[in-house]
Ligand binder design. Structure first.
Ligand code: PGA
Length: 259
């Protein structure tokens, strides 16, 4: 049984005042989430504050990216020990916005993943195809390349500690989510690859989230798919009520119907 996981990716949104209010509302609305794990990923400037707001709450803290070196002359970057110091144990890796805007390569993403795993973090490796790639029938080729390169050189025990997120780029921030069948098809394919890269047993334990225009209204049908182990939520995670709504649906489905 894979515990459903819901992650809020706040992206580059929120002043300190807004972050405090949002984190506080999520904490108060989810005092004892049962059957679901919840993580929020605020921007760097709000991490320390949100860590304080969430202290004592079961909601965990994640970063949106990190540098793979522990320290050094890397202007503008934030290291994994710096994140650990403020209570962060999760990090998104290879989000499509960073691949596209910052030019993050599969090789760099792999370095980050290895560093995170070595330092006891849970990396959330994001993969997904563009609309054009899907049109050309390249969806599986694209995600397979991203997965193999991202996990290159990792042992089965490390793969077991990784979370995957399938985020079709055409679904991110567009309001057009993948259908449950589309998500399940790609996520089943990714799980098959995990069996090959690690083992069948390990592949069965790794959580694969879906991301891309997840809202409280469509979360139920997406999360009902056995291959969808949770959601990576962007826009809808900026509103406490809609994020809480998604978490509640994940909790209900996770405890009730799967397996
Ligand atoms: P969205 O973003 O929910 O706003 O589509 C998802 C993501 O980019 O992680």
């Amino acid at each position: 049984m894979r515990t459903p996981l819901v992650i809020g990716n706040w992206k580059m949104h929120g002043t300190i005042v807004e972050a405090r209010a949002l984190a506080g509302a999520i904490r108060d609305g989810l005092k004892r989430p049962r059957g679901v794990q919840v993580v929020v990923c605020p921007p760097f400037t709000a991490l320390a504050l949100v860590s304080e707001v969430l202290s004592g709450s079961p909601i965990q803290l994640g970063a949106q990216t990190c540098h793979h070196e522990p320290a050094g002359a890397h202007t503008g970057e934030v290291s994994i020990p710096m994140l650990a110091e403020i209570g962060c144990r999760w990090t998104l890796v290879g989000h499509s916005e960073r691949r596209k805007e910052i030019g993050e390569s599969d090789e760099l993403i792999n370095l980050k993943l290895r560093a995170l795993l070595t330092q006891g973090f849970t990396p959330v490796l994001c993969v997904g195809e563009t609309a054009e790639e899907r049109r050309q029938g390249l969806t599986f080729t694209t995600v397979e390349g991203q997965l193999r390169a991202g996990l290159a050189g990792l042992g089965g025990d490390q793969i077991a500690k990784t979370v995957l997120a399938y985020e079709p780029i055409w679904a991110i921030g567009t309001g057009v989510n993948a259908s449950p069948a589309q998500a399940a098809e790609v996520q089943g394919y990714l799980r098959g690859l995990l069996s090959e890269l690690a083992s069948k047993e390990i592949a069965q334990t790794v959580r694969i989230l879906y991301g891309g225009s997840v809202k409280a209204e469509n979360a139920e049908v997406l999360l009902a798919e056995p291959e969808v182990d949770g959601a990576l939520v962007g826009g809808a995670s900026l509103n406490a009520q809609s994020f809480i709504g998604i978490v509640r649906k994940a909790a209900r489905i996770g405890t009730a119907t799967k397996e």
